[in-house]
Write a protein that binds this ligand. Structure first.
Ligand code: NAD
Length: 370
């Protein structure tokens, strides 16, 4: 943001740059354009592996600050309090979490819990009048997603998805290349994501359907569904899908280890994907009437590498978590509406597709998506 003028910044976030529009809530800058205004104070709810990445991202964030934590483990509370200088009054556990309603120092709760707990904590945060960011997948059913959206609307707070790639330069370019038909109409996308989920912790919640809602599709496949939707700028109309053979039966008795699916879009474009917990894959490829574009790696935390049929793609390697929080924070700080591609409605659309993929794999039939 250092090189972004105040005018450019305000225009970017959609504020009319007239004297009357410059409310006291607008972030302020010194004359060197370094942001010195109030930051959006975030409480992380659930201090597991990914919360660690977010905490590090928040140290680099310009508009957001790690101001509070919610954890069920006193030892973690103590460690995080010291490490990130978190005031005692901003530390909650899952029992006293609702008291956060009285804490003016917290603007937003970022829910980073196992998938099946997202709904409860998003709704409790909304009832406490806090904006919310929820990690992917948004919940474990489309019905739950709708209830979360409704609760946030009712409370008058905003609900954002933790979709880090929406603000990542390579993905912004994929979206442009596809939606603006730079190489003509995209005909086929192949995007897959997989890694080996080992036996180090057989009790890991990812293997437990009641906590994860499903296997590799819920955790990794959601990125592939997202990418196909935003590169094409279309909603899929039907899907066929197949569970792949289970190679580790002791770990994968409740949720799928790997699954492959084929989405059909209104333009006739097709996207084929696999999400897997038994092999490594992380790539995106799109072929269009007049060329192709690809990323490999494509979905992880980067650095990404990509090219088109014409040239290499070269964009900066960013801190995805810091950038995502900043882009959301900038909007919330000036009380504007979040862009629709990052709201709960977007998470709901993905969940409807995930449910259709499961239905197709379970029935062996083509499933229409409404
Ligand atoms: P994790 O297992 O490392 O952390 C989960 C946290 O939830 C732990 O601190 C655990 O103590 C806590 N918890 C509270 N109640 C629990 C319960 N009943 N059972 C199990 N744990 C409970 O998981 P994670 O990898 O940090 O994933 C958390 C969320 O973040 C998931 O929704 C996941 O999909 C998402 N995630 C997103 C990204 C991304 O790149 N955006 C990456 C990883 C994970």
């Amino acid at each position: 943001m250092k090189n972004l003028s105040r005018r450019t910044f305000l225009e970017k976030v959609g504020v009319a740059v007239g004297a009357s529009a410059l409310a006291a809530t607008i972030p302020s800058f010194t004359n060197t354009n370094v942001y010195e205004g109030r930051k959006l104070n975030i409480a992380l709810c659930g201090l597991g592996r990914y919360a660690g990445y977010l905490a590090e991202g928040l140290q680099e964030s310009k508009y957001c600050k790690l101001a509070g934590i919610v954890t069920g483990t006193p030892a973690k509370a103590e460690k995080w309090q010291k490490q990130y200088n978190i005031p005692e009054k901003n530390i909650y556990n899952y029992q006293n979490f609702d008291e956060i309603v009285n804490n003016k120092d917290i603007d937003l709760v970022y829910v980073v819990l196992p998938n099946a707990l997202h709904k409860e904590y998003v709704i409790r945060a909304a009832k406490a009048n806090k904006h919310v960011i929820v990690e992917k997948p948004m919940a474990v059913t489309a019905k739950d997603c709708q209830e979360m959206i409704d609760a946030c609307k009712k409370a008058g707070v905003q609900l954002a998805m933790g979709y880090r790639l929406h603000f990542e330069p390579y993905h912004i370019e994929l979206k442009r290349l596809g939606q603006e038909k730079v190489f003509g109409q995209v005909r086929l996308i192949e995007v897959s994501l997989g890694y080996k989920l080992g036996a180090e912790n057989p009790k890991d919640w990812h293997y437990v359907k009641a906590l994860s809602g499903g296997g590799s599709l819920m955790n990794l496949g959601v990125y592939c569904v997202q990418a196909s939707r935003y590169v094409l700028g279309e909603e899929p109309i039907s899907v066929t899908a197949q569970f792949m053979p289970v190679t580790n039966k002791s770990l994968f008795s409740e949720v799928e280890e790997s699954i492959t699916w084929q989405l059909v879009f209104p333009s006739g474009a097709v996207c084929t994907s696999t999400s897997a917990y038994n092999c490594g894959i992380d790539r995106f490829f799109a072929t269009a009437d007049d060329g192709f574009f690809e990323l490999n790696p494509a979905v992880s935390y980067g650095p990404f590498k990509g090219r088109t049929s014409k040239s290499e793609l070269n964009f900066p390697d960013i801190n995805q978590q810091a950038t995502q929080c900043d882009e959301i924070g900038k909007v919330l700080l000036i009380n504007k509406q979040l862009p629709s591609h990052i709201t709960g409605e977007e998470g709901l659309k993905d969940m409807k597709v995930l449910e259709a993929i499961y239905k197709a794999a379970n029935t062996g039939k083509k499933v229409s998506i409404i």
